[in-house]
Design a binder for this molecule. Sequence first.
Ligand code: 5AD
Ligand code: SF4
Length: 475
Amino acid sequence: MKRLYIETVGCQMNVLDSEMVVASLRKRGYELERDEASADVLLFNTCSVREQAENKTYSALGRLRSLKKANPDKIIGVMGCMAQKDQQLVFDRAPYVDLVVGPGQLSRIPDLIDQVAAGHGKQMAVSLGRKDAANEEVRRSHETFDPLRDPTMRPTPFQAYLRIQIGCDKFCTYCIVPSTRGPEQGRPPQQIYDEARILADQGCKEITLIGQTVNSYRYKSGESTTRLSDLLVNLSEIDGIKRLKFVTNYPKDMTNDLLAAVRDLPKVSPYLHVPAQSGSNTVLTRMKRGYSVEDYREMMARIYEMVPDAAVTSDFIVGFCGETEADFEATKQLVSDCRFKNSFIFKYSERPGTKGAELLADDIPFDVKHRRNNELLELQNRISEQENQKFLGQRVEVLVEGPSSRAVSRGEVEGDLVQLTGRTPCDRIVVFDGNRRLTGELVQLAIYECAPHTLFGAIVTEHVTPKLLPLGQGA
Ligand code: 5AD
Ligand code: SF4
């Protein structure tokens, strides 16, 4: 038996990719190992979206230098977006790395590890450019690779990601993803459906469809085109699947057929992650986002009109090139008006290889980025708490995910009654006391307390009044 250590950072795509790499290596006799020092193979699934993520990976690799020196047979691999972006540079910066594999070549990892183990030296498999990332090999890699599922690698065995699209064609000027993950390609609907069935057979209850711009999904076959709304209809028919979610949405593609599907299909969660990135038209133009603030506001109005109970979340970048105080105020205004359930806020990080890095000066000082980040976060937290307060006294249904992080960190997971967490259809986290056997079940809760990012609830036990039947008629 060989032992595999794997560390994953970044987006849902990476979490899913790691699941599949683990599944493919299990087939070759690997077992997961939590301790770096005891592992035979150490893999790092990396992210390039911000510089900080890359720096963390390089320092994690730095810590392995002595380990590799003491045990030269250990195989160290770097996979994912940073592998695709840095290629040879990974070997230059961390010479004890044996393997560099881009996101389109992950299905080759088991063979490449064997090559290294057989003494054939360092191995690198990456796409040669965006065009190359659309080639047959990459497509086939996903066909053979994606259906390999490993429930033990998922956050919970009853929740899974399902890729419906790879790559991105939008080319926002700050973003490295179109060059690391290649052109947008929708997977064939039948493949998606078959994979969802596999997941349902494995006991999965909640599927989150993922794509960089998931609602841009289109699959043409002859005369017919399948859209995300069509997929949701088809996937809703699968028994065992109780909830369907999808991330990440692109504002321009938030069409009415999709909103109608969210409204009409009971299994589809009314949760929409639609990053705005900025509330200023000058900044949006410089980001090449392809919409104006007015377009975004119109989309929000349509969402709330068609799906009144929708929980919308957003991403924002603060301190993008040339962002003035007035631009930032416009972003704050948008956040105030849209009443997002929550927002992820990032300080702009210049990425070599993007149009932003090439054409625009990263001219906002770090302390200004930092202040804007905190201000926006504070504003959003106030709104998140106010939105959560609306749930006080309400009943919600949650999918129970298991013991809460507090219970885990305090070691309070023994015994039957523990503090559990679950998620509402609108993706709110609820903490409550219950039997740990409820993990993986849908449970009704009454909400009695809230914080900006958490609701607190109690299990609702229905009081059943036995029906009194006239004598002689009872079954
Ligand atoms: N700097 C900061 N944030 C970025 N994002 C993408 N690229 C950058 C960058 N260069 C953010 C966007 C995106 C989220 C996943 O990461 O907000 O929606
Ligand atoms: Fe990056 Fe823009 Fe594509 Fe999102 S839509 S992955 S931000 S280029």
